[in-house]
Design a protein around this ligand. Structure first.
Ligand SMILES: [Zn+2]
Length: 133
């Protein structure tokens, strides 16, 4: 797909949190209030499926719904002091150095423990697989 993504917005949630979103449409209602149609990205744990809905046609970023990740070892990486960068498997920035494929769970654990930092280019988000139905 070469369609341009909708422009980005920041969406304020209750509790003072804010998340990145995309603005798809806006309309002004009869009272003059603006209403925006926005999609937001949240961790999969925050989303619950609705009975009877079919999620089979939801676009999924990786074949089979299982993102693949690559850990790139920095020169100073040692078993005692991990220094890794986590990339999406297809990231162009992960072209050199010692590269190790990681499962979604492994990648999430590495980031959670600070053993790997997320790549600035591909912005990997392990542990946030979409609902597979
Ligand atoms: Zn990357």
């Amino acid at each position: 797909m070469s369609e341009q993504p909708a422009p980005r917005v920041t969406v304020a949630l209750s509790g003072g949190r804010a998340v990145a979103g995309r603005l798809h449409a806006r309309r002004r209602d009869a009272e003059g209030q603006w209403v925006y149609a926005v999609s937001i990205e949240v961790p999969a744990e925050a989303v619950r499926p609705v009975d009877g809905e079919d999620y089979g046609q939801v676009p999924t970023e990786r074949a089979g719904g299982r993102p693949e990740w690559v850990l790139q070892a920095l020169p100073q990486d040692t078993p005692d002091q991990r220094a890794l960068v986590l990339h999406r498997a297809d990231c162009w920035a992960a072209a050199e150095g010692r590269l190790t494929r990681a499962s979604d769970k492994e990648a999430a654990i590495f980031v959670q423990h600070g053993w790997a930092t997320a790549c600035d280019v591909c912005k990997p988000t392990p542990g946030r697989e979409m609902i597979s139905g």
